[in-house]
Write a protein that binds this ligand. Structure first.
Ligand code: C5P
Length: 227
């Protein structure tokens, strides 16, 4: 299991200071909407300058018409990042178009499909998607698998079931991890490290429990020890 640290801090300087302080750990870095909108491609370059070996997950959750998503995916593939994501609910045509467009990119990044956001509870999810999280997350994962995505973003609670209906090595990446039972904030389907391990999760994403801690290095060290 790999740890992916979310770089969601209020300034570029704080993100970079965090990355420098964690430079010697074997971790992935997640660049999401806040940081990418503010700091853009320059942030990717700065992260590579701090650690040329670092692995980057660009979490922009593409959702648009198929051609627009494929155009964006092909631009993303040129950024030197290692993984990005698209919404599964954008549909099979969109997912297939994206995968076809980047199929011949050398060392193409991994592509994950966002299934059910970890901030949803069953009631709120049902009011929009018309079905339970359990049911839809399996259907979404099967669709992503059929469209040859590399894996999905899901909650730790769904990981094992998803792996049982998808190809071998289908990746599950789970945000909403509260390693040692910290505050869940806006996340609804949170899990700790034991749950993530038991559910065979490949990547855990941890943001606030690390960057809001007084000792981010200590938290990362403890997480790495336990996984
Ligand atoms: O601070 P916290 O650990 O809750 O951060 C979780 C990170 O994972 C955030 O950057 C959030 O945008 C991202 N994420 C998520 N749920 C998803 C996909 C990404 O929480 N389904």
């Amino acid at each position: 299991m790999k740890l992916c640290v979310a770089l969601d801090l209020p300034t570029n300087e704080e993100n970079l200071a965090l990355v420098k302080s964690l430079k010697d750990f074997d971790i992935w870095l997640k660049v999401g909407l806040r940081s990418y909108i503010r700091d853009g491609q320059n942030l990717i370059k700065e992260l590579k300058q701090i650690n040329p070996e670092c692995k980057i997950f660009l979490d922009l959750k593409l959702y648009d018409i198929p051609n627009t998503m494929a155009d964006a995916a092909s631009e993303i593939s040129l950024l030197g990042i290692d993984m990005f994501n698209i919404h599964i609910s954008s549909g099979k045509v969109a997912m297939n178009t994206v995968m076809q467009r980047i199929a011949n990119v050398k060392d193409r990044p991994l592509v994950l499909g966002v299934s059910v956001l970890t901030s949803f509870n069953n009631k709120d999810f049902k009011s929009i998607y018309g079905a339970s999280i359990d049911k839809r997350s399996i259907e979404f994962a099967k669709a992503a698998n059929e469209c040859k995505l590399d894996g999905v973003v899901c909650s730790a609670y769904e990981s094992k079931d998803i792996k049982s209906v998808t190809k071998e090595k289908f990746i599950t990446l789970t945000p909403g991890i509260r390693p040692f039972g910290e505050d869940s904030n806006d996340q609804k389907r949170v899990a700790n490290l034991e749950m993530a391990k038991e559910q065979l999760v490949d990547f855990i994403v941890v943001g606030r429990p690390i960057y809001l801690s007084k000792d981010p290095r200590g938290v990362v060290e403890e997480i790495l020890k336990r996984i």
